[in-house]
Design a protein around this ligand. Sequence first.
Ligand SMILES: Nc1ncnc2c1ncn2[C@@H]1O[C@H](COP(=O)(O)OP(=O)(O)OP(=O)(O)O)[C@@H](O)[C@H]1O
Ligand SMILES: [Mg+2]
Length: 269
Amino acid sequence: MDALNLQKVCYRYSEGPFVLEDIDIALRQGEKVSLVGPNGAGKSTLLHLMAGLSLPSKGNVDVDGIQLAKRSAPEVRRRVGFLFQDPDDQIFMPTVREDVAFGPNNMGLDEAEVNRRVDSALAQAGVVDLADRVPHRLSIGEKKRVAIAGLLAMSPPTLLLDEPTANLDPQGRRDLVNILKSLPQGFILATHDLSVAFELTERVIVLKRKVIFDGSFRDLVKDEKVLKEANLELPSFSRLMMMYSKGTGTNFPPPLTVEEAYEQLMKGR
Ligand SMILES: Nc1ncnc2c1ncn2[C@@H]1O[C@H](COP(=O)(O)OP(=O)(O)OP(=O)(O)O)[C@@H](O)[C@H]1O
Ligand SMILES: [Mg+2]
C-alpha cells in the first residue's frame, strides 16, 4: 500500500482559479522525494492536502490506504507529520519543551515515554539549550528547529516538509540534512534549495500547477525545457562544471554534489 496516493487531484481556494490541476502522485512507504517549482506553483497547497489539512476540490487523496474526507481527516493527520513553511503556524505552547511534548501527549503515551521522546527530539534537532525558552521570542531559524523537534517526537510514518532549510544557517542546514538522511521515514521535501534536494533524494517532482516532471534528478538536470519552465537554477558548482565541460569538450553530465564535481575535475586533468 502506498504511503500517499493522489489521483486527478485539483484544488482551488474558494471560488478562485485552480491552483492545482490533475495531480497524480504515488509515494511508496519510506520513499523520499523532493518537490520543487517556482513561487506560487502550489507546493504548500499540495502538502496541505497530503497532510489532510484541506480537502481536494476534485480527485482523490489516499494516505496509507485511507481516503481523505472530512470524517477521515483526523486519522489521516495522525499518519503524516507536517512541517509548515512558516514555523509561527506550528509553535504555540508556552515553552519549547511543552511544545515538543504536545504531539506525544496527544498520542496518549505515558509520561516517561513522552519525556524520552522529547529529550531525544530536542537533542536531534540541536535545541536542548532552548528547552525552557518562550517559543515566540526565538529567531526564525530556532523556531524552525523547534518545529522539526516537534515532528521527530511524534515520529509519524511519513513527513511532509515545507522548506525545512529556509532561514537555517549553514551549520543548521548541514545538521538538518544529516537528520533527514538518518531518518527511516519517507518524506516529501518542498524546497528551492536544489543542492539540499540532490543530497537527500533521487526522485524529484517538479510542480507548476500541474506535475511537469516526475523522475530522477539525473534526468531533470539534463532537461533544459523543464528547468527553464520551473525557474530552476542548478547550484553554482554544477553550472561551473557545465561551462568547464563545454569549454574543454569533455562531456560531463551535470554533477549533483560538490564531491561529484571534484571527481569529474580529477578525471579530466
Ligand atoms: N489562502 C489562500 N487563498 C487564496 N489563494 C491562495 C491561498 N494560499 C495560496 N494561494 C495561491 O495559491 C497558489 C499556490 O500557492 P502555494 O503557497 O501553494 O505556492 P508554493 O509553491 O508553495 O509557493 P512558494 O514557493 O512561494 O512557497 C498561489 O497562486 C497563491 O497565491
Ligand atoms: Mg510554499
